[in-house]
Design a protein around this ligand. Sequence first.
Ligand code: AMP
Ligand code: MN
Ligand code: MN
Ligand code: MN
Length: 275
Amino acid sequence: MTVYDLHCHSTASDGTLTPAALVARAVQRGVHCLAITDHDDVSGLSEAHQASMDTSVRIVNGIELSTVWNQRTIHLVGLFFNADSPILQEALAALRVARYRRAEAISRALAQVGIGGAFEGVRRFVTNEALISRSHFARFLVSQGHVSHKQSAFNRYLGRGKPAYVPPPWPTLSDGIATLRAANGTVVLAHPGRYPLTASAMRCLLEEFRDSGGGALEVFSPSHTPWQNESFVEYARFYGFKASLGSDFHDPEESRVDLGGLPPLPYGLTPVWSA
Ligand code: AMP
Ligand code: MN
Ligand code: MN
Ligand code: MN
């Protein structure tokens, strides 16, 4: 049986292992096919491809692209794309600018609630200057003793509706899909169970995703309850989406599920890697 893991993060975004260290961990964990899907960045891919040579792991190009739909952040996992695509590169350059400005805005908002020095402090946790994420702010807030866990940093400061929440400056869902398609990528809706939507809003999202060129659902994710895993298997069957799965691994301490740690896809679904 071939073990796939098509969602994880390296130091090119908010993961704490380098691309080469992720490849080594994937080898140890018995993963055969790995997609490193850093947020809005492809700069880790060449190191991963290099490191995978002469190993049992095959690396496929991956990214987790931030988009907005109905004022909510929706994550797209792009797979098998051409990382040199000028259209993709241009979109990523715009996201870098947006992320930098958002980081400044988050720091100002934290200062408003009495937490100064965040913009400088977060730097200690940032491993790619082009990519400052809320994960890095969460690690900063834990290190300063403002919260005890990364999750509490989101619950108290960084999450939607909290004092340091900044509305997401990302491109729309349909623009994000178009960018990945222009780079010949397959577009997967990441951890669909993570979005707090009613059943009818979920159908709207899935139909717009499909009509914009989305091709697959991440049916298995550590963000999902077992019931949600089953439910997205059913949605994939109903809409004719292919199926993907990924650990969303970020860090050995923080992440509950390690590389390759999800069960295989159930029979009857078309895997995203087929054809
Ligand atoms: P950003 O793209 O900068 O908004 O950061 C998003 C990242 O923050 C996600 O990929 C997760 O790694 C992390 N994250 C988001 N929400 C939470 C949460 N509620 N608890 C823990 N981590 C979270
Ligand atoms: Mn992340
Ligand atoms: Mn995500
Ligand atoms: Mn992720």
